[in-house]
Design a protein around this ligand. Structure first.
Ligand code: V47
Length: 416
């Protein structure tokens, strides 16, 4: 029988976690004690496929050999999702065993005013359009505080490309948040926003990133990457920086010590070759910088966008996208099944098809909900734990840098 050695049993499930007393309105003990419902996930069944192209890929995966463009295209095109899932799960367990990560975070979108008018987007508005908003700094600080009840460890901050807000607004936003919430990690501004801020402030990208870092930015989210191929970018986001500029900005961020994530928007007008090209470009940059932490495939949500005639992605494509990403991005530590985007149910299944992370509590998601997402806008910590536990995985609360977070009755501690 082929496959990994049977794994040692993981430790017993931890006792019920407690929450800090300094946050009112929360019971001191959560009412859900994680129990593992299924046997732990050691893969006892052999690899099987009736697709003659897959055994050669399996041989590479088992010895840790890098997959090439043809392999990646084969993985997209095969109908044998279970075989692809077996391979992705093998890699996922080799890297992370039975652990599945989540965090307690809050999204803050300071403005939805955006000059870009991307066809993929339902969130951005012109300055005077109905529904356009821009938070005053105090309002942004209040928004941050209103999601703080579960002792958030991360603020995820992204917004539109506002034509008038000065660079100083963003620096003050970050320094103000750091002052008020010193222990919260600021994962802020996509490469697209950074490039736009640099242009408006007439600074180099490196200088812009340096000033953002000095004001409190700790890392960058992965948004705005979409699909790097020009042909597709012209259709879905023709006013954004191009793929090379996105990659160059990420490289500069990594060079000054800021980690980042990376995304890929799929399920619109791209084809398999475009997806593979995107993954290989990310893999190439990661070989150079090792600055990416997590890859997050994002399923296109067409509602309320100029592309709303396009069909939504299916569960099968979402799962396959996770699995192929895990297999091709061999130098990315983490693959995230973002539950808000793919639904909690599919994200849970993805934990057995290559994903090791499901993102966090989020609290107030706007970008996907403007585009028709039917998921809740946030999830409680205990529900994330339940989701992971019911997938037979061991829930690990992490901070943005994947350090384990421990909660006691009086504190939240990050292992450094
Ligand atoms: O940049 C916008 C995408 C991104 C739509 O780094 C859309 O941990 C689908 O990047 N349908 C923002 N996608 C979200 C994002 C993200 C989310 C969660 C975690 C992290 C992380 C990053 O959402 C945008 C764009 O690529 N997007 N509109 C839409 N209609």
């Amino acid at each position: 029988m082929e496959g990994p050695e049977p794994r040692a049993q993981s430790p017993e499930p931890r006792a019920c976690l407690s929450l800090p007393l300094k946050f009112p309105n929360i019971p001191t003990h959560c009412d859900f004690a994680p129990t593992l419902r299924y046997d732990r996930c050691s893969m006892t069944h052999p690899f099987q496929t009736d697709d003659a192209r897959l055994p050669a890929i399996k041989d590479k995966v088992l010895v840790g050999e890098r997959l090439n463009e043809t392999d990646a295209l084969t993985l997209y095109r095969t109908g044998d999702i279970l075989a692809v899932g077996w391979l992705a799960n093998y890699v996922r367990e080799r890297l992370h065993g039975n652990k599945a990560y989540f965090n307690v975070n809050r999204h803050i979108n300071p403005t939805n005013v955006c000059v870009a008018a991307c066809r993929l987007c339902a969130f951005g508005r012109k300055k005077d359009a109905p529904g356009a908003y821009t938070m005053a700094l105090e309002e942004a600080f209040e928004t941050a505080a209103s999601g703080y009840t579960e002792a958030v460890t991360e603020f995820h901050i992204v917004g539109g490309l506002h034509p008038d807000l000065p660079f100083q607004y963003f620096l003050d936003l970050c320094s103000g948040l750091k002052q008020r919430f010193p222990q919260v990690h600021l994962k802020a501004f996509t490469m697209v926003e950074v490039a736009y801020l640099a242009k408006r402030a007439k600074l180099s990208i490196r200088e812009t990133l340096g000033q953002l870092k000095a004001s409190g930015v700790d890392s960058l989210p992965g948004g705005g990457a979409e699909i790097f191929a020009d042909r597709i970018r012209h259709i879905i986001c023709d006013h954004k920086i191009d793929g090379d500029q996105w990659l160059e900005t990420a490289k500069l961020a990594h060079q000054i010590g800021l980690k980042s994530n990376a995304t890929m928007l799929y399920g619109h007008v791209e084809n398999d070759e475009d997806r593979v090209d995107h993954l290989l470009k990310l893999r190439e940059l990661q070989d150079e910088t090792h600055g990416f932490q997590t890859f997050i495939p994002l399923a296109f949500h067409p509602d309320n966008t100029p592309l709303e005639h396009l069909p939504k992605t299916t569960g099968m494509l979402d799962i396959k996208q996770i699995a192929v990403s895990r297999l091709v991005l061999d130098n990315f530590p983490h693959i995230k099944a973002y539950w808000q985007m793919m639904t909690a149910k599919i994200a849970q299944i993805a934990l057995r098809f290559g994903a090791d992370d499901i993102d966090g509590t989020v609290i107030e998601e706007k970008i996907y909900h403007d585009a028709g997402a039917t998921t809740p806008q946030g999830m409680r910590r205990k529900d994330l734990i339940r989701l992971i536990t019911e997938a037979g995985r061991e829930p690990i609360e992490r901070d943005t840098l994947y350090r384990p977070v421990t909660r006691t009755e009086t504190s939240v501690t990050v292992a450094v």
